[in-house]
Design a protein around this ligand. Structure first.
Ligand SMILES: [Mg+2]
Ligand SMILES: [Zn+2]
Length: 241
């Protein structure tokens, strides 16, 4: 009888999860909520320009955050009311026991994401997202993971982070919901998708599984023993967790 190490697929392959944050881990978009509460209403015009495809999310975010009028602590207190999909906690716990790595890739703001994760005791999860600083009396975005040639014109290039983590034995799995995940979904081995990302995966024939919460991902992981899954390279890969 063959034995398998925790977190490994057959043939020594390891799962790695790349999770979007807004609308995926949280139930709503954190920055939108902050803007609604604290920004000059002009933020909505900028949002509309982004929706119309007139600008990328990087330029959109940079302009919108300058419209926020609040103290940093007020923002943090407000973010304290944002709830997450509670099944994400079970997912994180499950992955920890199976030594499956999780990272969060977000086009949101690191300060908010970390504050929310801390509140749920999830502060050891690695986060890659945009920075946020106060200069000359207004807030400003910092884009440490921006890439000029990123197809999604986002503040951060999620594909780049996935490339940095990639190794031949690793199965890269994306969990996401929206436009900031389109670019990385075309490169992940498998995508758990909902909302706009689900429509995108269907239209582009991207290997995906529809999900509504992280509990579905946990169910999928639990059912992988001995089953086979079709991945991007069309290879039938036996996967065991
Ligand atoms: Mg999202
Ligand atoms: Zn990219």
């Amino acid at each position: 009888m063959r034995s398998f190490s925790p977190g490994k697929c057959e043939e020594g392959r390891t799962y790695m999860f790349f999770c979007d944050f807004d609308g995926t881990v949280t139930r709503e978009d954190v920055i939108d909520r902050v803007l609604e509460e604290f920004a000059d209403p002009m933020w909505q015009e900028i949002e509309q320009a982004w929706v119309n495809g007139e600008m990328g999310s990087r330029d959109c975010l940079a302009m919108q955050t300058k419209l926020i009028k609040a103290r940093k602590q007020d923002l943090l207190d407000f973010v304290g009311s944002i709830e997450i999909d509670e099944t994400f906690i079970d997912f994180a716990r499950y992955c920890k026991t199976k030594t499956i790595e999780i990272v969060i890739l977000s086009d949101g703001i690191d300060l908010f994401i970390k504050s929310i994760l801390n509140r749920y005791g999830l502060k050891d999860i690695q986060v890659f997202s945009n920075g946020f600083a106060r200069t000359n009396g207004h807030f400003e975005m910092i884009f440490p993971h921006f890439r000029k040639d990123c197809a999604s014109r986002s503040g951060m290039c999620k594909c780049r982070i996935m490339e940095e983590f990639s190794s031949p034995g690793r199965v890269n799995i994306l969990v996401g919901d929206g436009r900031s995940d389109f670019c990385i979904a075309t490169r992940a081995d498998l995508t758990f998708a909902k909302s706009a990302l689900l429509d995108f995966c269907r239209a582009e024939k991207i290997p995906h599984i529809a999900h509504s919460e992280f509990g579905d991902v946990v169910d999928w992981l639990r059912n992988q023993r001995g089953q086979r899954v079709v991945l991007r390279d069309k290879e039938l890969l036996p996967v065991v967790v």
